[in-house]
Design a protein around this ligand. Structure first.
Ligand SMILES: O=C[C@H](O)[C@H](O)COP(=O)(O)O
Ligand SMILES: C=C(OP(=O)(O)O)C(=O)O
Length: 460
């Protein structure tokens, strides 16, 4: 039986925490959060852990995707719909290609806080505090917007609740019917300049659906999907205030999301983020960037997964396309030799960011693809499971990452550069990526045995 979330760990060093200027306001907001209903149910977190255990065993694939930084203005039916639709479309393609269930986890309904490289942003000689996500301050470059305001934490809670509510409605109310999702993909294939390349895969999915129809009534799983919410557990005041003792088991759960992850900048072994994550039972992700080592990964396993529970820990590697083939093998070999069964996911975004000539932070579609390709190659070579991908995307037609079938160029970035922080794949680039990963799956030979098992996709 676990104890209450004591606050002893809060004195540990905690990177990237806002220096809230108004402690009374912070106390008031945290009291509100502590007395508010949970956003997710502990049993759902356990269910996700079971799904991720299947990923760790090589029987499922993880698609973790969504915004870099959600914004309060972005809490609209249209934006949530576009984003969810894009993720479901990607999942449909990947499910077919991998012939295993795709575990769908959104960077949604809570991704409102951002770690930053610099405390301040300087424009035209004016210095202001950096934007740290809508949970902390405003994006507009003016003094008033950039004030760190703890009341924003309660807006984060409400924005997360509203988003999650709509996601739950969409994913269980018929909207996510696989036949509908596939029809959207057919539209994408018809309209994409690279559509021809994807035509044959889309046709195969048509045939599979027709075959299923001819077998009799379609199972209910075809109409609904399991969708989970995740975000970076960055703001420890918020996460701790939304931690509850599960009445079934007595264990602690962070009920702000089904899964939370620890970022590259906050994964210090002796830091408060790791200690917090060690105390809650949710599935936990940890980003591993180019400065991490395989020994760090082993130490993180000891801290976060002492019981060696498959599905508890997901390592999200973000090494960069140029390094993944060299550095990932040592991680996978050491972790595998330790006996731990973790999920390996590839974040191909954060190691491939650069400033374009036009001054925008961007990422090249081909580099993103190359990191994923390297990830697949390493796992194929080692005989381990390339468990999933973790990507930043939006369902809107933004121009933030260069390349893709529409050949977005540096000069196009200014047309619709709308991210609040890092550049995201737009809808078409996201779908293209899914089709390309599907091709990789096909050529890696991984899907063949699964196809022959005739997986229909438990928990679509
Ligand atoms: O999403 C990740 C980080 O918050 C982001 O890359 C930080 O960006 P910065 O280096 O511009 O602060
Ligand atoms: C900040 C992020 O990534 P990282 O911690 O890998 O830099 C992120 O995924 O939003």
């Amino acid at each position: 039986m676990a104890a209450d979330i004591a606050d002893d760990w809060m004195s540990l060093p905690a990177a990237q925490q806002p220096a809230w200027p108004d402690p009374d306001a912070l106390r008031e907001v945290l009291a509100f959060l502590r007395s508010s209903p949970p956003l997710v149910y502990a049993a759902e977190c356990d269910q996700l852990r079971a799904r991720l255990a299947a990923v760790a065993r090589g029987e499922a694939f993880l698609l973790q995707a969504g915004d870099c930084a959600e914004t309060f203005d972005g809490v609209s039916a249209e934006q949530i719909d576009n984003k969810l639709r894009t993720i479901l479309q990607m999942a449909a393609v990947l499910t077919y290609a991998a012939s295993v269930p795709v575990v769908k986890v959104g960077r949604m309904a809570g991704q409102y806080a951002k770690p930053r490289s610099s405390e301040v942003e300087i424009r035209d000689g004016v210095t202001l505090p950096s934007y740290r996500g809508d949970a902390v301050n405003g994006l507009a470059f003016d003094q008033a917007a950039r004030v760190l305001d703890p009341h924003r934490l309660s807006r984060m809670y409400h924005a997360s609740a509203v988003t999650l509510n709509l996601v739950r409605a969409f994913t269980t109310g018929g909207y996510a019917d696989l036949r509908r999702v596939h029809a959207w993909n057919r539209d994408f294939v018809a309209l994409s300049p690279a559509g021809e390349r994807y035509e044959s895969l889309a046709r195969q999915i048509d045939s599979a659906l027709a075959f299923m129809r001819s077998c009799g009534p379609l199972p209910r799983e075809i109409e609904t999907v399991e969708f989970y919410a995740s975000h970076e557990a960055l703001l420890l005041d918020y996460e701790a205030a939304l931690t509850r003792v599960d009445s079934r088991s007595g264990y602690l759960y962070d009920v702000s999301a089904h899964m939370v992850w620890i970022g590259e900048r906050t994964r210090q072994l002796d830091g408060a983020h790791v200690e917090f994550a060690a105390r809650v039972r949710n599935p936990i992700g940890v980003k591993l960037g180019p400065t991490s080592t395989a020994d760090d990964a082993l130490a993180l396993i000891d801290r976060l997964d002492p019981e060696r529970q498959p599905g508890r820990l997901t390592f999200i590697t973000r090494m960069g396309a140029g390094r993944i083939r060299d550095v990932l093998p040592a991680f996978v070999e050491k972790v595998t030799a330790s006996g731990a069964q973790v999920v390996w996911a590839c974040d191909p975004m954060h190691g491939n960011t650069y400033e374009s000539e036009s001054g925008y932070k961007t990422r090249q579609f081909n580099r993103i693809l190359d990191e994923i390709r390297g990830f697949f190659e390493v796992h194929q070579y080692l005989g381990t499971h390339p468990g999933g991908i973790h990507v930043e995307l939006t369902g809107d037609d933004v121009t933030e990452c260069v390349g893709g079938a529409h050949e977005i160029a540096d000069a196009d970035l200014r047309q619709r550069y709308e991210t609040a922080c890092d550049p995201r794949l737009n809808r078409s680039q996201s779908l293209e990526l899914a089709f390309m990963i599907a091709e990789m799956y096909g050529s890696s030979g991984r899907s063949t045995s699964a196809h022959s098992r005739g997986h229909c996709g438990q928990g679509r």
